[in-house]
Design a binder for this molecule. Structure first.
Ligand code: GLU
Length: 336
């Protein structure tokens, strides 16, 4: 007997997602990142891609575009650092608590003088320093892009030279963060601060399209195993750690609200990309550059809010007890 797909009535699910997509499309408010889009954007693109853990696909909107992953590199680099150095070593250098991203407010480091968590820039610079420290940055990037390639189902990735250049030119605050961390001995011994900051930006500048990003999110939803070819990219335990911190810290200073309202481990980036991971069901990627005041894609946040109004995807929606009247696409209502 053929296996039942995780979403048995995919056509019905598709109809609901199209309705949400159309509801969110008019929300063109927000401002694209000023370093990446100094001129702004007249008709901001919008795309959503969904890949289930068993490889069902749904693609909507502007799929031909690619963009830089930016902060979506952070959970991946964190996972790579864990697998290469071990969780304990990583957390000797990076905390696990949400904290103030906006360091002008004063809370640059936690009370142990470490970055608050791996999902903010200070934590990302730290992960960048932990990954293969003896290689030069070009070789390090090759290594990290090799892992992204596996996450994307063996699809090649690009490098957004333009984003890299623009960001390096505006890198003062990240260098400031790195110097403060260096002053407090937060880095592993012999860390080259300039190399770590540059590598952070190199990873942010990896170029991707929305469908490959959805496949990467689906690999996380599948606890580290690629849905298209069964290759294990990360250990289950590593993905558990990545998702835990994405849930509590993945949406900048909106992380607590987002965990409360949406309850899906997610990570956004300043080029307008975002992933949302529904474990054992699907990975979602969203692309729309206008950002809200927290730096999250406006349409991405709205899409996720609408999604959990319709479906029981919030972490605490009590999967097997339909107390809220939301839909569960895992159930085939045609059989009833
Ligand atoms: N590239 C950004 C920076 O270092 C961080 C990426 C992001 O927040 O999406 O300023």
């Amino acid at each position: 007997m053929p296996n039942t797909p995780v979403i048995p009535d995919f056509e019905d699910f598709k109809r609901d997602i199209i309705e949400i997509f159309e509801h969110v499309t008019p929300h063109t408010e927000g401002t694209p990142d000023k370093d990446l889009y100094p001129e702004g954007l007249e008709n901001p693109p919008f795309a959503v891609s969904i890949c289930t853990v068993d490889g069902q696909w749904l693609q909507l909107g502007d799929h031909h575009l690619s963009f830089s992953i930016q902060s979506i590199s952070k959970p991946i680099n964190y996972g790579i650092a864990i697998e290469e150095c071990g969780k304990e070593t990583v957390h000797r250098h990076i905390g696990k608590e949400p904290g103030a991203e906006n360091f002008e407010k004063g809370m640059i480091l936690n009370r142990h003088n470490l970055p608050h968590n791996p999902m903010i820039n200070s934590g990302s610079i730290m992960s960048a320093s932990l990954i293969k420290p003896n290689l030069d940055n070009d070789k390090k990037l090759e290594h990290v892009m090799g892992i992204w390639k596996k996450l994307c189902g063996e699809k090649p990735l690009g490098f957004d030279q333009d984003a890299f250049k623009k960001e390096m030119e505006a890198s003062h605050s990240n260098f400031a963060l790195a110097h403060i961390m260096m002053k407090h001995n937060a880095f592993p011994e012999n860390t080259d601060l300039n190399k770590a900051v540059e590598f952070h930006y190199m990873c942010c500048s990896i170029g991707i399209n929305i469908d490959d990003l959805a496949h990467a999110a689906a690999t996380l939803a599948n606890y580290g195993t690629s849905p298209s070819n069964g290759i294990k990219v990360f250990e289950h335990d590593t993905v558990k750690d990545m998702l835990s911190l994405m849930l509590s810290c993945g949406m900048y200073d909106h992380s607590g609200e987002f965990a409360f309202n949406v309850g899906i481990p997610s990570k956004s980036g300043v080029d307008g990309g975002m992933i949302a991971v529904i474990p054992e069901l699907m990975g979602i990627s969203i692309y729309s550059p206008p950002l809200d005041e927290h730096g999250n894609t406006v349409r991405g946040v709205k899409f996720c809010e609408k999604l959990v109004e319709k479906f029981n995807f919030h972490k605490h929606d009590a999967l097997f007890r339909n107390v809220h009247g939301k839909k569960d696409p895992r159930i085939d209502h045609r059989k009833r």
